[in-house]
Write a protein that binds this ligand. Structure first.
Ligand SMILES: Nc1ncnc2c1ncn2[C@@H]1O[C@H](COP(=O)(O)OP(=O)(O)OP(=O)(O)O)[C@@H](O)[C@H]1O
Length: 256
């Protein structure tokens, strides 16, 4: 279990995270959701270990990791821009981290991941020959072969369009379930957070506004911010579509 207790962080004297406490169970998918500048990425970076906390404790399986450097935490991140190596092909990108640590994954485990992420037909391709969704899957595979204890994803779906988005969402869910991998995802999209996660952490200006299961957030928004920011956004999307095209689906036209 990952535990954050009373985490605080300021940048240039401005508090960005104010007394954040939360727990993430093993194998859980948690989304960090909130408007631009509320502190989502700062929180992800503190968990990853590339930014130090000013106060508070980060614990994993009971062990205090607050002062532990990133490479010793055993967490891993997929960045928004995927950060793949353009001079290597897909297979070389996936297995890059194993060059110095070949014992982490067996050949069979790498092959299983390649199949799970649907990359079998693309292994010899260069990165610039891939679509956005394919790049995202390569980035996921490359991180997964290193068997992180926690997988962190920074806006993993924001560069992808509708259908691809759904397929990557399914694969993230499958990976989290099959590997019982704790997965923490930063997003600003309420729909994405509510449909992808076991629990959603809603943040407003560096504080937790609500941390709950998606159905609880929808049915029992804890405060006005959750109602306005999250539920209104979903409602507005729906209303915009119906305002444009009418709100009653017409019967399907029979072909022939
Ligand atoms: N290294 C830094 N130095 C100074 N200020 C920073 C630094 N990192 C973040 N901040 C500030 O902290 C606040 C929170 O930033 P953060 O990147 O966590 O927001 P966010 O919720 O991820 O926003 P977005 O959705 O726009 O990416 C912002 O006001 C930002 O300017």
């Amino acid at each position: 279990m990952l535990e954050l207790e009373h985490i605080q962080k300021s940048f240039d004297g401005v508090p960005v995270l104010k007394d954040i406490s939360l727990q993430v169970e093993d194998g859980e998918i948690v989304s960090i959701l909130g408007p631009s500048g509320c502190g989502k990425t700062a929180l992800l970076n503190l968990i990853l270990g590339i930014v130090d906390v000013d106060g508070g404790t980060i614990r994993y399986d009971g062990q205090d990791l607050t002062g532990t450097p990133m490479e010793k935490r055993g967490f891993n991140i997929v960045f928004q821009d995927y950060a793949l190596f353009p001079n290597l092909n897909v297979y070389q990108n996936i297995t890059y981290g194993l060059r110095n640590k070949p014992d982490i994954s067996t050949k069979e485990e790498v092959e299983d991941l390649i199949d799970l992420l649907g990359l079998r037909d693309h292994l010899a391709k260069r990165i610039d020959q891939l679509s956005g969704g394919q790049k995202q899957r390569v980035a996921l595979a490359r991180t997964m072969v290193m068997k992180p204890r926690i997988l962190l994803l920074d806006e993993p779906l924001s560069a992808l369009d509708g259908v691809i988005k759904e397929s990557i969402k399914d694969r993230i869910k499958t990976i989290a379930r099959e590997y019982r991998l704790t997965t923490i995802i930063v997003t600003h999209d309420p729909e994405e957070a509510l449909t992808l996660s076991d629990r959603v952490l809603i943040m407003e200006s560096g504080v937790i506004s609500q941390y709950a299961k998606p159905e609880e957030i929808v049915h029992q928004p804890r405060n006005d911010f959750v109602r306005r920011f999250i539920l209104n956004q979903l409602e507005i999307k729906r209303n915009n579509i119906y305002a444009l095209f009418g709100d009653r689906p017409t019967p399907a036209v029979q072909a022939g």
